[in-house]
Ligand binder design. Sequence first.
Ligand SMILES: C[S@@+](CC[C@H](N)C(=O)[O-])C[C@H]1O[C@@H](n2cnc3c(N)ncnc32)[C@H](O)[C@@H]1O
Length: 452
Amino acid sequence: MVRNFMAEFWESTLAETVRASERLSGDPARTQDLAAWLGQYAENAPTSSNQGTAKLPFQRWFHFKEAFSPKFVADTLGSLPYTPTHCLDPFGGSGTTSLTCRMLGLQSSSVEVNPFLADLIDAKLTPVSPSTLYAAYEGLISGLEVTAGDEELLAGMPPTLVAPGLNGRYVFPADVYATTRALLRRSNSLPSDQARLIRVLLGSVLVSNSNVVINGKGRRYRRAWQGKEKSACDLIATLDAAVDVAASDLARFAGLRKGRQRVIRGDARTALAGLSKGEADVAIFSPPYPNSFDYTDVYNLELWMLGYLSSSSENRALRHRTLRSHVQMKWMTTPRHAASALLDETLNALRAVRGELWNRNIPEMVGFYFDDLCKIFGQLARILEPGRYVIVAIGDSQYAGVHIDVASILTEALAGMGFRMIEHGAIRSMRNSSQHGGAFALSEHCLVFERI
Ligand SMILES: C[S@@+](CC[C@H](N)C(=O)[O-])C[C@H]1O[C@@H](n2cnc3c(N)ncnc32)[C@H](O)[C@@H]1O
């Protein structure tokens, strides 16, 4: 019989979330921190999305549209039928899981393949005193000089990154580009925690000082961008504001212990092998959806501008390490892991309409996607003891009228891998999921599995 411990836990009120968290941390000071942190949460927003978190300390440092909310994580942890101590998130993103665990005094391990996002998580988790941040930043700005090297487009960078670009189109005006590179060059000589924090804050103002906006699954030029290009002064003004925000958040939560939050940089399909049996006792995550959203592409400006990539082959290699949820790469064929009759049916239906698909490789990509998820669950089956839970926020997809029923396929495939579905709920954000480019009316689910 399906037990219903956690029924629709994501629908709880903020007051209930805070109350349940008190039980978890057993420390009123922690509960106060959590309440203060979530105080700015817009409660009417869908908890599985980042929509209510725009004003939340730390979360407001970088706009990461694909995040779930800290409330979702706190609600999940607070409604488990046991008291968790160490939470695992194989797809860390902007660090919502680890940050929430830190607020609650729980341990966490988060894996993230994108090095900029891994830095974002680490920066949010690492205390730097506001006075240290201001001193480091003022030192950077006051002596800032742009050199000829800062103006150069580096080998492998997309030619449209900086003016004059290609065919009259470019992402950054020359002075914004050169000033960003100069700030990065100088910040590299700071102690690593400070350099990382400033790099992340610089990353947070790049798009707003460019000629593009992030739109659905990619970028598009702003309307009439030629008339409203940003300057180096705009860049510095927005960075000043970002530093003020970070300093105020760091000051407000200065009393928070650093906690035991581990950020593992790499591909979760292999990196989870580094965790031992029983090390974590719950996993909460939202993987990429099988909808061809390519995270390496969407966060490509930050990766190039902040020195995380230095050649097109590095860009390709990073894409190769991401979950096979998109068709921008030609994926290597690997043996089928996911055993599901519904998956076989879905793949046959996709192959039958191959000619109508916007990319011929979609059927293979969908198969690989479930194989990759099964690989992750194979590791979770090893790490988690029986009775422990995995909570997944995930969305469906659709190609040429063929519905990819992610929840049902995953439930079938996991049944043979030591996981029993405990709960399958619809989450409210579905109709305008950011991972769906805000466009499709497709389902998003909260799936709760028990390790048996
Ligand atoms: C939906 S987002 C996670 C959002 C996160 N829950 C949050 O609140 O910020 C999925 C993340 O998975 C990461 N990712 C993709 N492939 C990965 C892989 N093979 N290993 C680890 N992370 C991966 C992406 O870079 C992206 O940050």
